[in-house]
Write a protein that binds this ligand. Structure first.
Ligand code: DQQ
Length: 570
């Protein structure tokens, strides 16, 4: 990755114009940094969720579309199944479903990233050139921000990248008071009508999470703003911030630099302390360069989440070919490190989701990209019928270990719903208390996926309806407590409240099942929950799928389920 003429061309076109000690927040397993030979039978490898052939992966980085080709970069350890030795691995795709691997795009090669190339984003410059801003770890283990550009813009695969000789472009100093161990993950930059670029970097001061703002006229010389774009107390380190506009009353996505009355802004942060993400919807004041969440938006760990299960370090990009904003996210394992080493890999990516602002303006909606439906094979359809309280029905005829399932429930007797205790404000806690085996009035009803023949193992994704003070409250849960006979796995239950009025709308659930992943979308994408599970019996062709109703009341349902074909992943 030597400095080349491409760099000079870039500069020609574009250039108009006491450090705090590191406290390591990333655990390094030094004794495990060897390429493991994966065990032979691999029941947990995915068939259509992105993953490389082996080793550790985490955050999606710098996703973009360039000349009709989608590019995915991601945090990758070329030497083992645990985190470490981080490079930007690279794959491309014409459909965001089937992927072709390439050599890593960037890897430690200059002082400003010699100890790791951590997360970052792509910005597409006004004339179409993509540029990376990413976090490098320098010889003192300080976190600094670097820039790289493609070596050859006529290579559609953009296989080689050139780093700026001016790196690092942003660094902690005693003058700027930035904590050198908490300064990472630049977003895509956005360009104001004043000709100034802006970018935010995740950080913290004491326990306050910060989106540090930098500005630049030329993308090379960045000046830190006196104030952050936004901050929130007691949220800790903000990793992988993402800041982008969404259109009001439209599902279409817009470029990151779009501003004006027709858009709201979204700020998403990934909380290092809890490994949860949350987002707020609000207003970006360009003049003052501050972002203010709308009234009623919860600016803390208990705020809105893209996904209420295993989902982290996510990032969006604007797909200019299809005018949509696409969300990518990392799904970590729920297994032990020992099991990860044994299987030789760790981490997968969620199915890319299209994301837009709900008509209420109060939350986002997400849906798996349309292209994933190309993998749908044989379909089984169960027409509208009654599912009696306390019963279950097997949906046979699809490959239950690798399936796309849509089920819709209609409820007529809503007055039979249980009363919601006003103290039940945390949906995850409520789902832990009231798992799939706890009988209710209206619910639990939903799907039993990756179920073994005798139901010794299953993952339950379901709804439960409560009567709240002035409305019905729908709880969506993913219950992993019976997902595996192996007790070394994290089997935490997940939950979300779903903003759907069951007296007006059917309750819909879609689950993308892929060997060890259950990625579920409730209420047409108003709440999403992703779970990692490791069945010991319900593997390969021994997995089953059921619709179930463990409430006292009957419900009506219809199901469409598809066997899913394998995607080309590596
Ligand atoms: N992963 C990267 C960091 C980021 C974290 C390191 C989030 O840049 O903060 O692999 O998962």
């Amino acid at each position: 990755m030597a400095i080349s003429s491409a760099w000079l061309v870039f500069c020609f076109l574009f250039l108009r114009h006491a450090v705090v000690e590191l406290e390591a927040s990333h655990h390094v397993y030094r004794n495990l940094q060897v390429s493991s030979s994966p065990s032979e039978h691999q029941p947990y490898r995915t068939s259509y969720h992105f993953q490389p052939p082996q080793n550790w992966i985490n955050d999606p980085n710098g996703p973009m579309i360039y000349r009709g080709l989608y590019h995915l970069f991601y945090q990758y350890n070329p030497k083992g199944a645990v985190w470490g030795n981080i490079v930007w691995a690279h794959s491309t795709s014409t459909d965001l479903v089937n992927w072709t691997p390439h050599e890593p795009a960037i890897y430690p090669s200059q002082p400003s990233d010699i100890n790791g190339c951590w997360s970052g984003s792509t910005t597409i410059l006004p004339w179409g050139t993509p540029v990376f801003l990413y976090t490098g770890i320098d010889p003192q283990n300080h976190q600094v921000q670097n820039l790289a550009i493609p070596k050859n813009l006529s290579d559609p695969y953009l296989r080689e990248w050139v780093k700026s000789p001016k790196n690092p472009l942003m660094a902690p100093t005693s003058a700027n008071q930035i904590n050198s161990s908490s300064f990472r993950d630049p977003t895509s930059a956005w360009l104001g009508p004043d000709g100034t670029w802006r970018v935010i970097i995740g950080s913290k001061r004491h326990t306050r999470g910060l989106a540090i703002l930098y500005r630049s006229k030329d993308f090379i010389r960045w000046v830190k703003s006196q104030h952050p774009l936004h901050s929130a107390k007691d949220t800790g380190m903000w990793e992988c911030p993402d800041f982008f506009p969404v259109m009001v009353n439209s599902k279409l996505g817009v470029d990151t630099s779009i501003m004006g009355p027709d858009v709201k802004h979204v700020l998403k942060v990934s909380l290092d302390d809890t490994k949860h993400e949350y987002y707020t919807i609000g207003t970006y004041n360009l003049g003052k360069d501050i972002y203010v969440p709308d009234k009623g938006q919860v600016d803390s760990d208990s705020g809105l989440r893209y996904d209420y299960g295993k989902y982290y370090a996510s990032k969006t990009f604007f797909d200019s070919a299809k005018n949509r904003r696409i969300l990518l996210g990392w799904i970590n394992e729920s297994s032990s490190v020992a099991d990860d080493i044994k299987k030789g890999w760790s981490g997968v990516h969620a199915i890319p989701r299209t994301l837009w602002l709900d008509t209420s303006g109060k939350q986002l909606v997400q849906w798996p990209i349309r292209e994933i439906e190309k993998l749908r094979g044989h379909e089984v359809h169960l027409p509208k019928q009654v599912l009696e309280g306390g019963s279950a029905l097997e949906v046979s005829g699809v490959t239950a270990v690798q399936a796309d399932v849509e089920v819709s429930f209609g409820i007529s007797e809503l007055e039979k719903a249980e009363m919601l205790n006003p103290s039940w404000t945390n949906p995850q806690v409520l789902c832990s208390k009231k798992g799939a085996s706890v009988k209710g009035g209206l619910g639990p009803f939903g799907l039993l996926v990756l179920a073994s023949k005798g139901l010794q193992e299953y993952t339950a994704v379901f709804f439960r309806i409560f009567k709240g003070q002035d409305k019905y409250v729908v709880l969506m849960c993913s219950d992993q407590s019976r997902s595996s006979l192996n007790n070394d796995n994290d089997k935490t239950n997940y939950g979300a409240f779903l903003e759907v009025d069951p007296s007006r709308e059917k309750l819909s659930l879609r689950s993308l099942i892929d060997h060890s992943i259950v990625e579920s979308f409730g209420g047409k994408g108003k709440a999403c929950i992703t779970a990692r599970v490791y069945p010991t019996l319900a593997i390969d062709d021994k997995a089953h799928l059921h619709v179930f109703n463990n409430g006292t009341e009957n419900v009506q349902f219809t199901v469409s389920a598809w066997s899913m074909k394998k995607a080309h992943l590596s």
